[in-house]
Design a protein around this ligand. Structure first.
Ligand code: GSH
Length: 384
């Protein structure tokens, strides 16, 4: 199978001049020794705008050693990329005594349009009609040495801007504000609680599940009960998430960030075997979704990777054995339907952020930061 794929890939790459571009990164670390904006040894104060959280003073050197120096080192010594586990894992819940109760205007999402994981949360926020209930800040598309930063107003970055809520310049300030000892990566999405001034959760797979159900007392009637992880599908969704996460969602990163030929080939072959499997599942489905006639979390989690595939991963992450538009007709149709027919998918997809982020942030992969022009268009219209 693998040999087959490789020889087909080689013969194809000789014939077929792909015109493609690029995309992104990253992960995390462990434990959440969290401090809820308490006060000992306080000297720092980075929040502005009527926000009175005080920040622990932490020796700069320690921060630098634990995080900043390796912010652009994606692969481990053996050449394999390993995504770190998310640190903040609290839940919004309407259970009595739960500290994070659902409330209109209380929660905020820090996201990047470039990031497939953050995009999941934006899709679900819109699918559940939560736009007026949960606010959003979008970071600048560039991920630099100090991690994500916010755009200045005069930079005029379309669809990104300053952190009006907490006045941070870098996302890391939000993490350090909650836990000055934080040693993980400063990732998006971040679900922020304006009331307790803390991070509730920074794991997209958990955030989306809270959004399905916990705000139902606040959303308009048409959104109540809309659960993309309904009990009757839960087992199938879990099973699918498991291999799709490993081989596709994370598989593109494992291919792109590999620093040995062996790690790259191992992961890129697994990726295309998994895409073949998805193509087959969709072929057999009563459609138009992975599990038949109902849109589920499995579709929501797969979409952000597939929509970035041709425009970015083919070229930038060397996932170029096949393209979605040319080689996976059923996945292509599924993706076009979600993108063109359901506003929550198209409205949360920003190709300028996506393409610039990957190509201009990963200088270890693309040292001159040139963003490829193609493919044109980013997504084909439904007629093609
Ligand atoms: N497990 C996390 C992963 C999030 C993640 O890796 N986000 C990336 C962007 S795509 C990030 O913010 N990376 C910044 C960094 O690693 O410095 C989730 O699904 O929420």
């Amino acid at each position: 199978m693998s040999q087959n794929l490789i020889s087909r890939a080689i013969s194809r790459s000789l014939k077929s001049p792909f015109k493609n571009p690029v995309c992104s990164q990253a992960y995390f670390q462990t434990t959440s020794s969290r401090l809820l904006a308490t006060t000992a040894n306080t000297t720092g104060f980075f929040y502005k705008g009527g926000f009175d959280i005080t920040v622990h003073s932490v020796p700069t050197q320690r921060r630098t050693m634990s995080t900043a120096t390796n912010i652009t080192s994606w692969a481990s010594r053996d050449g394999e990329f390993r995504r770190q586990a998310s640190s903040f894992r609290d839940q919004i819940s309407s259970a009595p005594d739960a500290p994070f109760q659902p409330e209109k205007g209380r929660y905020h999402l820090y996201v990047s349009y470039a990031c497939p994981w953050a995009t999941r949360t934006l899709i679900v926020r819109q699918l559940k009609g939560l736009q007026d209930i949960i606010s959003v800040s979008v970071v600048h598309w560039h991920l630099g040495e100090k991690g994500w930063r916010f755009a200045e107003v005069d930079e005029k970055i379309p669809d990104a801007g300053p952190d009006d809520l907490n006045g941070a310049k870098f996302l890391r300030e939000i993490y350090f504000g909650v836990n000055p000892e934080y040693t993980g990566r400063f990732t998006v999405p971040v679900l922020w609680d304006k009331k307790l001034k803390t991070i509730v959760n920074n794991e997209s797979s958990e955030i989306i599940r809270m959004l399905y159900t916990e705000f139902d007392s606040l959303v308009a009637d048409e959104y109540k009960g809309l659960n993309f992880y309904a009990p009757e599908y839960a087992k199938q969704i879990d099973e699918m998430n498991d291999w799709i996460y490993d081989t596709i969602n994370n598989g593109v990163y494992k291919s792109g960030f590999a620093t040995t030929q062996e790690a790259y080939e191992r992961n890129v072959l697994r990726l295309f075997e998994a895409l073949d499997r998805v193509e087959d599942i969709l072929k057999k489905s009563d459609g138009p979704y992975l599990l038949g006639k109902t849109l589920t979390e499995a579709d929501i989690r797969l979409f952000p990777t597939i929509i970035r595939f041709d425009p970015v991963y083919v070229q930038h992450f060397k996932c170029n054995i096949k393209m979605i538009r040319h080689d996976y007709p059923v996945i292509h149709k599924w993706m076009q339907h979600l993108y063109w027919d359901i506003p929550a998918f198209k409205d949360t997809c920003n190709f300028e952020h996506i393409k610039k982020h990957y190509t201009k942030s990963h200088t270890q992969i693309n040292p001159f930061s040139i963003t490829p022009v193609g493919p044109v268009p980013d997504i084909l219209p439904k007629s093609e």
